[in-house]
Design a protein. Sequence first.
Length: 106
Amino acid sequence: MARIDKIICPLMKRECIEDGAIVDGEMQACRFWVYVHGKDPQNGAEVKQGDCAFAWTPVLLIENSQMQRQTGAAVESFRNEMVKANEADQRMAGLTNGRILKIEGS
């Protein structure tokens, strides 16, 4: 397999300038070059590096999917707790299936 010595930017169609380079005598910086600090969502390893936003897209999509699953689980858990609390309130108030039960002594 051939080794890649340079990366071609999909937008500029020329060699990647990363986070800054002198091009045609002027300092230019790529607006798509981003630094990410955090944990890799696949293996938990510490990440602290810069790369093209296009290269980060798959990693960030994985992270986003994990956060959505966690949020969905938290909402479902909250819903279940609210259902239990509502049923307990109905029992306390003497309601069953929307009908008031006759409470002795009243």
